[in-house]
Write a protein that binds this ligand. Structure first.
Ligand SMILES: [Zn+2]
Length: 160
């Protein structure tokens, strides 16, 4: 982790850079915009204070160790700095499909194969009848888990 200074202390002015392309400083791939609140919730407790006020990018490269980098590149959080594994990183374990209900890839595959449920919300209800969507603070991408969830459903072989 590299923390040379506190980012984004510009008096709380809301800069909207979310459309800007900002490459991961390690792998040079384009990262997706993630709000500060999401990063604060996902990094380990002792690191949350280092997150500053700025927004971040999440590195979507499965082989890269970087999880988040600040938009001014002054702060990098690696995947080990997070409370939960990043589902798409190659060594993620467990691989969560839904962070809100803690449903893993295996749970999804089991529901598809054994319960013949192939619809995301039905699978969610199956495991967590009280499921509430809190993806903005629970999912590391800050977005809803639909894409990950559906990719696991598609991946689940039909069984016999
Ligand atoms: Zn990267």
């Amino acid at each position: 982790m590299i923390i040379p200074m506190v980012c984004g202390d510009s008096g709380g002015s809301e800069q909207n850079r979310s459309d800007e392309v900002i490459l991961c400083p390690v792998c040079q791939k384009e990262g997706n915009h993630v709000r500060n609140v999401t990063v604060r919730h996902l990094v380990k407790k002792e690191l949350a204070g280092k997150a500053g006020q700025c927004d971040y990018r999440i590195c979507m490269n499965e082989k890269c160790d970087v999880a988040y980098y600040s938009e001014d590149l002054s702060i990098i959080f690696e995947k080990e700095d997070l409370k939960v594994p990043l589902w798409y990183k190659e060594d993620a374990s467990p691989r969560y499909a839904c962070y809100c209900s803690r449903i893993t890839e295996e749970d999804v595959i089991r529901a598809v194969r054994e319960q013949k449920i192939t619809e995301m919300n039905a699978i969610r209800k199956h495991y967590d009848p009280e499921a509430k969507c809190q993806c903005n603070v629970k999912n590391p991408t800050g977005k809803c888990c639909t894409n990950a969830f559906n990719s696991f459903i598609k991946k689940a072989p039909d069984g016999e």
